[in-house]
Structures are given as C-alpha cells and as structure tokens.
Design a protein around this ligand. Structure first.
Ligand code: ADP
Ligand code: ZN
Ligand code: ZN
Length: 808
C-alpha cells in the first residue's frame, strides 16, 4: 500500500518527485533538479526514463532526499516544459481528494487530468547549423553520422524519440550535437487543434515481426517522423485504410483522432430564457441573495429545474466568470446539453471521458484560457480547470454515477464539487426531486441553503400512481408480466395516440437459465453469478453482466446434457418481444445498454421516439435520468420488487429514487400522466411513499432508521475490499487486516466483517470486504492511513479502499 503525504509545494527544492508517463506499475520517481532550475507541483517536466525522454508531472518538491535513495544514482530533470496547467485553487483540491480518499496523489492526478497531457509534452529536435565543415567540430563518428542523416532529411524538425531510435549513438549523439550548437532541442506542448476532425497515426508497440506491405507502411511512418496524419501516410505509403486498421488492431500503430469539439446541436436554434414561474423566480432570488455555499434545490419532477440552472448561470457569465454543470451521464441527457448549447452558444463545452484524448486536451486548454466558459460534463468534469468559477450545478445530485467505483480514487463528484465551491468561494447548486439522504439531512439541519419547488410548471399535476398487486393477477390466472390494468392502459394510450414508457430493471432476454433435469443454473465461469440470456439475429448467446464473458447458448445442459433448459426472469428484450406479441400494432423501442452501445445511439433512439416513430419505450434505469418527453402519458413499472430486496442498507433509498424518477417521466406535457406500478409487495413503505410522491415522509422514516442502526449519514463508512485469485489467500489477508483494525483503539468494535462481497467472485478474482464505521472523522482516516501503510498482505492480494462507499 503506497502512502503519499504531500508536502508544501512551492519552495525551492533540490529534488522532485515526478509522476512519469511510462507504462510501469509504480510510476513515481525521484529526480534531481539542476542548479538554478526551479519547479513547482503540477509542472510538466521532461525527464530521462530508460533510454528515452518522457513527460512527467511534478508531484512534490523535496529538499531532503527520502531515506534509502542514493543521490549519485538519481537522474536530472531535462527541463520544465509547462507550468500553469491548473487553475488557481486546483492543486489544493487534488491534495484534499488524495487525503480524504486515502489514495496517492498520483492516482488523483491521473483521474483529474486529460489523458493526453503527458504524452503531449514531447521533445523535438531542430537542426540549426548547416553544411559547415565537420572536421572542425571534432565530433565523434556517431554524432557526425547522426548529423549527416538529419541534414539529408527535408524536415525542419524531428521528434526526439525518432532521433533516439534512428540515429547512430542515439541520445548521446544528440547531446553532443546540442552541446556544439548544431541542433536545438525544443518542446512542443499542446499543439493547436486542427480546424476539423483529423485522424493521426503514431508508431506503437514492437514492429520487428512485420513483413511485406505492413513492414513497408511502418517503415514509411517511421521515415515521416513516427506520427503523421492518416491522409499523409496513405498518400506517401500508397496503402489502404484497411491495412492501417489492421496494424492498429495488431497494436503496431495507433490511430487517434483530433478534432474541434463538436457540440451536438450546432443547428439548434437559439434558446431564449423562459418567463419564470413564481416558484422558479423565488428560487433564483434566494440563490442570488445568499452567501456562497451549498444549496439544495428540492424540486419535484417537471418543476423546471433546468430553467433555474440556465438562468442562474446567465449572470455568472455576464460577470465574466465561468460555470460548471455536472450531469450523471452525458449520453442519457442529450436534451440537457443541447439546451445549454442553445442558450449559451459557443462558450459551452461538453467534457466527459468518452471524448477522444485530443478532444479532452483541447477542451482542457480552452477552459484554462477562458474560451470555454460553461462546461457541461460527467463525474470527471468536476476537475475541469475553469478559472474564476462562479457557480457549480449538480443535476440529479442523488445519482449514483457521481461516485467512482474503481479505479482509485473512489471519489464522489458531489463531495469534490462542494470542496471546489468552498475553495472558489462560489455556490454549489444541488438539484433533485429525490435528494440524497445525506444532502437532505444537511439541508434540513441548516448546513445548506434549502430551496423547494413542490409543484410542476404551469399547474401540471404530478401523475397519479396506481399500485397493482401482482399476487392477485396470478390468482386471476394472468401469468403475463402485464397486469390487466396495464394492458387496458396501453390500449387506451395507443388509441389516444399518446406515448408510454415501460420500466424493467434488467436488460437481456432472461436473467437466468435453469436446467429442469438437474436443477443447475448456467453460471459465468469467472464470476459467482448466473448468465443472462440474450437473443440476437446472429444467434442466441449468454452473457455475464459483471465481466462481460459471453458464450453461445448451449443446446443442452453442460452439467447433465439434458436438452430441457428453461428461461426465467424477464429482461427488456423479452418484455419488448411479449409486448409486440400482445399488441401487434404497437411500435416498440428498446432503451438499454445493449441498444445504446453505438456512439450517439441514445440520441438517435430518443429523437426517433420524440418524433413519434414509436409508441412505447421499454428500458432500464437509463429511463430515469431526467428525460423530458412531453408526449409520454403512461409509465408502467413492471417489477418494483427486484429493487426492494437487495442486500444493501441503501436499497430502499435507491428504490424510492428510481420509482419516483420513472414515475416522473409521465405527464410532463399538457396531458396529465398515469403511472402503473406493479409489485408483489404493495404494502412496502417505499412503494407507498413513491406512489404518493411523498419524499419527505420517506426521508424522515429512513433517516430515523439509519440513525438507530448507525449508518450514513450518521457515521462514516469505509470499505476495504481485498481480492485475489486464490480464495484462501484473500480470506487469510482479510482476517489478518481485521485483527489489526480491531487491535487499534480507533476502530475497536466498529468493524463489520470480514465477509465475502455480495458477488464473491468477479472476473476470476475472489473478493472479501471489511466495513469500518469511522466516528472520528479526519483523525480516524489518518490512523487508517497509517495502519494500511504498514499492512503487507500476502502476494497476489490487493486492497482497495473506498471511503463513503455507495454500494456494498
Ligand atoms: P425538471 O428537471 O425539474 O424535471 P424540466 O427542467 O425538465 O424539469 O422542466 C419540465 C418541463 O417544463 C420542460 O418541458 C420545460 O421546458 C418546461 N418549463 C420549465 N420552466 C418553464 C417555464 N418557466 N415556463 C414554461 N415551461 C417551462
Ligand atoms: Zn442439467
Ligand atoms: Zn463474469
């Protein structure tokens, strides 16, 4: 377990710790600073690494060498390539994240920075002297031939990597030439983006085993400097895209794309501010009058929160400040990003992890320069380096996708956003119809400004929710997944020319396949879960929803060879199929991870539905995330029960949120909505609260229970997950760690477990968990940090720390 305690960063130092951009596991190294060279935390530097020079980021400046390091063996920083990559106040934020989440700062930097930054700190070489008689320079033979080669080429400059690899004498020749002033080496940092999308090819991997045309193409690429546009390579090497793709697939070259950020709806007509409802007006007035700090906006579904965000941002921009808007998942909310683009135009950027390296890098620079004034992004955009931050908005602040599960740091973007707001002195607006109980508890305790919009805009009613007891349906002989009530409602909806949504918790066709002869379930060979059955035109297959293992559907049971396999549990695919059988004229669209895997598929499906080309959208959780589809009058929730009985103390909170959010998709237009909630447990308190849209009642009951049982938000949980390929070693390590923790005064008696995780084996690794209740805040985390630093598990066991885990 690494520990990393950042020291003060901006003082003169003799050594620096550098996060090196090299594909090694341990990636932080100590370097010497040459006399007169200064560096600060966050600087991008060029350092020797192996036989190359690579980019790196200064993590820490040291005036004392860590024990055990021999100063004579340390290499010297080549040069400082870039400073000022971080907006003011950014570095303390990263340090705070590292501190709180018990991870090395290097991990936080990797998460926060766009991935291209280090690789772009590339050194290049330019020839400056020419055609001078070589003899008088007294060059070594290797340096002389290197110089001759450089001169024979038509290029003005070469990449350093290319020179080191190609020239006789490699790096030492270059140093010799540089010392004589024959070449100048300089750095290229953040080359400007091309005005349009362009694909580039860069050399990668080992190319020794190539032959024939492939070898010729790679050779040509090397001749051209190792990195050129695809067009240029195609022309110069007289080759085809197909061959380039093949080399890319084989890892010999890498094709990447750089482009000007494309906002999804450049043609979207400009969007003027709407005249506000009274509730919206009140909220904005209170927001503007308040001292900067956290604000919880509790507004029911369809109360017009988006318009509040937009109108809260406008004055921020007018003051010359910037605004950060976080959303749970960008693909799921194309409508929202479009509205920001339509309202604020070219100042808006969309920033999320699905962008290409080049896009993220360009966007990062535009944020630093102020060209991008509004950033709409997902979790990682909480690190967007916007200077002069005037407002942070977190839409659907309760959403679980704001929490990073892995890799470390397991940060929560809401927590980080609150720190950013504190550091920047700006308000942080958390919006939701179903606030997270922690936010709600803080707001009611007066720690956040608490604003409400209890009604929908234009006096539209919240949809009426009818709870249907599915046990009675069975007694009446209805074995279909659709209750009689729902069937009638679908028919009425279709007759009225309206649209509907059907929510089902699972994707795929069947959630498990069971052999009727021997009773075995078909399971993933790598995980302790059953496989989900998917139907495809290309052939049916089974897939593991944990590790993505896939296999063709067997004709017979692999255990007993009986052909008597049966499919249980309905997923979106089966529901869509059954709906089609029962209502042959109904046009059904599916909205889940399988149908939206293609880029832009979310938008296409939603637009198709929006144009009225389908009557019903069958989907998973994806449907719950803020969709505004005014034609939808009917929402059917097929199996609420799957949500209620999960082994996690937050299961009921999540179920309440999900049910309320799905229901909230109905009746957002001029026609009132209707929700049919099917369940086998109609008396369940969560069902009762969701069906009356009563967040307050639910929250009060749940918080009382959490307090009694000692769960968040009343205590802090820290989960330690141990994993290993061998079950014995993971159990042994978990027990050893538990003994250590129980022996510490800080955690005595506050330990749950060790116990296997809910799904014990995933992707071939066994996982055990320890849960700590930390009542001592910062002091508790500090002693945990110290304890983990000393804990050496046996080989092959890894320990992952999750502070404030969301899923147990
Ligand atoms: P929420 O995010 O609170 O669920 P939205 O922001 O999506 O709600 O707003 C719901 C609907 O009401 C949208 O169609 C939106 O265009 C409309 N709306 C919001 N504010 C106003 C307003 N002031 N006047 C008229 N329509 C509005
Ligand atoms: Zn069998
Ligand atoms: Zn699996």
């Amino acid at each position: 377990m690494e520990t990393f305690l950042p020291a003060p960063l901006l003082r003169p130092a003799a050594w620096v710790q550098v996060l090196v951009d090299a594909p090694a596991r341990e990636r932080t190294y100590t370097y010497r600073l040459a006399d007169g060279m200064t560096a600060a935390g966050g600087d991008v530097v060029c350092v020797p690494f192996g036989s190359q020079l690579v980019g790196g980021i200064v993590l820490d400046c040291l005036d004392q060498l860590p024990a055990g390091l021999d100063p004579g063996r340390l290499k010297t920083v080549e040069s400082v390539v870039g400073t000022g990559l971080f907006a003011a106040g950014f570095w303390p934020l990263l340090v705070r994240v590292a501190d709180y989440y018990l991870v090395p700062l290097a991990r936080v930097l990797e998460t926060a920075l766009p991935p291209g930054i280090l690789s772009r700190a590339r050194r290049r070489v330019r020839l400056v002297a020419d055609a001078a008689p070589m003899a008088q320079w007294g060059l070594s033979a290797a340096a002389k031939s290197a110089f001759d080669f450089l001169r024979s080429q038509a290029h003005a400059d070469f990449s350093w990597r290319f020179c080191v690899q190609r020239l006789s004498g490699g790096a030492s020749s270059l140093r010799e030439l540089q010392a004589r002033g024959l070449i100048e080496s300089y750095y290229v940092f953040g080359e400007t983006a091309r005005p349009r999308t362009q694909q580039f090819v860069v050399l990668a991997g080992a190319n020794a085993d190539l032959c024939g045309r492939s070898a010729a193409v790679v050779q040509c690429l090397r001749r051209l400097g190792g990195e050129v546009s695809v067009e240029q390579l195609l022309a110069e090497a007289r080759t085809t895209r197909a061959l380039l793709q093949k080399l890319h697939a084989g890892g010999h070259v890498r094709i990447y794309e750089r482009q000007i950020l494309r906002l999804a709806a450049p043609t979207a007509s400009a969007d003027a501010p709407k005249p506000l409802t009274d509730a919206q007006k009140r909220v904005l007035e209170r927001l503007q009058g308040a001292t900067p700090g956290p604000v919880l906006l509790e507004g029911v579904t369809g109360s017009g929160k988006t318009e509040v965000y937009l109108q809260a941002i406008a004055p921020v921009l007018a003051r010359g400040e910037s605004a950060l808007v976080l959303v749970p998942e960008i693909g799921l909310t194309p409508q929202l990003t479009d509205r920001f683009a339509a309202r604020f135009g070219a100042r808006v950027r969309v920033y999320h992890s699905a962008l290409s390296e080049g896009e993220r890098f360009d966007c990062w620079r535009q944020m630093l320069t102020g060209e991008a004034q509004v950033v709409v992004g997902t979790r990682s955009a909480v690190f967007a380096p916007l200077p002069k931050l005037g407002l942070i908005v977190l839409d659907e602040e309760h959403d679980g996708s704001y929490k990073q599960d892995r890799p470390a740091p397991c940060y929560h973007a809401r927590t980080v956003a609150l720190w950013r707001g504190e550091l920047a002195g700006c308000p942080v607006l958390l919006g939701s119809a179903t606030p997270d109980l922690e936010s709600f508890d803080r707001a009611t305790a007066g720690r956040y400004l608490h604003l409400e919009m209890p009604e929908r805009v234009a006096g539209r009613p919240l949809p009426a929710v009818e709870v249907v007891d599915m046990r009675e349906e069975l007694h009446r002989g209805n074995f279909s997944p659709f209750s009689a009530t729902l069937q009638r409602a679908v028919a009425q909806m279709q007759a009225a020319g309206r649209q509907g949504i059907l929510f089902i918790n699972r994707r795929g066709y069947s959630t498990f396949v069971l052999c009727r002869n021997c009773g075995e379930t078909l399971r993933c060979p790598h995980c302790a879960v059953s496989l989900t059955y998917h139907r495809l035109e290309a052939g049916d297959y089974l897939r593991c929803h944990y590790c993505n293992y896939g296999a063709p559907q067997p004709r017979a049971c692999p255990h007993c060879t009986s052909p008597n396999l049966r499919y249980f549990g309905a997923g979106t695919q089966r529901i869509a199929a059954q709906l089609g059988e029962q209502f042959p004229t109904l046009r059904v669209l599916r909205f889940d991870r399988d149908t939206t895997a293609r880029k832009d598929a979310h938008r296409q499906i939603l637009e198709q539905f929006g144009r009225g080309e389908a009557d019903i959208l069958v989907g998973t959780q994806m449907l719950t995330k803020g969709l505004d589809l005014p034609q939808v009058t009917l929402v059917g929730i097929l199996a609420a029960d799957g949500l209620l009985n999960l082994p996690d103390f937050r299961a009921s909170e999540r179920a309440f949120q999900l049910l309320t959010q799905v229901a909230g998709r109905a009746g957002r237009g001029s026609e009132p909505g209707r929700v049919i909630l099917q369940t086998y447990a109609p008396e369940h308190p969560v069902v009762a609260a969701a069906s009356t849209h009563d967040f307050r009642r639910y929250a009060a009951a749940e918080l009382t229970q959490r307090q009694a049982l000692g769960y968040p938000p009343f205590v802090q949980l820290v989960a330690l997950q141990l994993s290993a390929a061998e079950q014995d070693s993971v159990i042994e390590a978990a027990e050893a760690l538990a003994r250590r923790l129980d022996g510490s005064a800080d955690f005595e008696g506050r330990l749950l477990g060790p116990a296997p995780c809910t799904v014990e084996r995933v992707a071939g690794r066994y996982r055990w968990q320890l849960l700590i209740k930390n009542l001592n805040g910062e002091a508790g985390r500090a002693s945990l940090r110290a304890l983990l630093a000393q804990f050496m598990p046996c080989a092959g066991v890894t320990v992952a720390v999750d502070v404030d885990p969301l899923r147990l």
